[in-house]
Design a protein around this ligand. Sequence first.
Ligand SMILES: [Zn+2]
Length: 259
Amino acid sequence: MFGWFKKSPARQEPVRCEICGAGHVVRLDWGGGAFDAEEDRARTAALDHREDLGRGSLFACRICQEPWWVDAQRTAAHHVTAGKLALLRAWSEADLSLSPAALTLLKKIGPTPPHQYAVDNGDQQFPCAIITRSGERFDHAVLSLQADPPLDSHRPVRLAGEIAEVLESPDALPLAVRKASARSHELAMGYAPTLIDMPDGESFLLNGTQNFLVKRGRRAGEAKVSKSLVSRESRGEVVNAPDDEVLFVAAPPISARGS
Ligand SMILES: [Zn+2]
């Protein structure tokens, strides 16, 4: 019964549909009022309802058959890219609530804002450590409180139902440093540095919005935003985000929903 989304096995090219926008648009405004609402109205008109999910519904373009997820309030349609349909189904059925203890800890940690050049879709992301029910431990977990499914995460995705315990990460940067990194300017292609100072006087450069500092012999929690202005000439080793970050997806607390 779920066969409608299956693609022809012969097709190798990435989908690009001029009718619904699949392949070049990831989100369509459903209700109007957006910057290019008229264009989006024409695109959403090509989508047919196919199936209700635990959260939201699946629609498909009647021309290219690409699946789009639409929230229960029908405010937006999100393209479900290749390979993400199973994750979407698991997310839509999962218990995405967090324990009161976890929520209290997140409040203490504070959310890392999205980068100033990125779209702010209301997600709240917190660096932390997570122990799963199966006993795995992640010291570089980013716990995200978000209303929409994680369809465009560049990190591996896990769901909140797997969480046994949320702890402070030994490698999480202080909130002030994370906020500064989210305001960083791109000084060269792909290079948006934030200069930080450690207690012994050594400086490091972060790149883009950063949640963690992994550097042997250093305690991320002791990092401070440098008073020196950062520039192309700023000296210091560039320490990028660790490549083992995992996104854990939870739902916003009830009180925050719809706000
Ligand atoms: Zn289409």
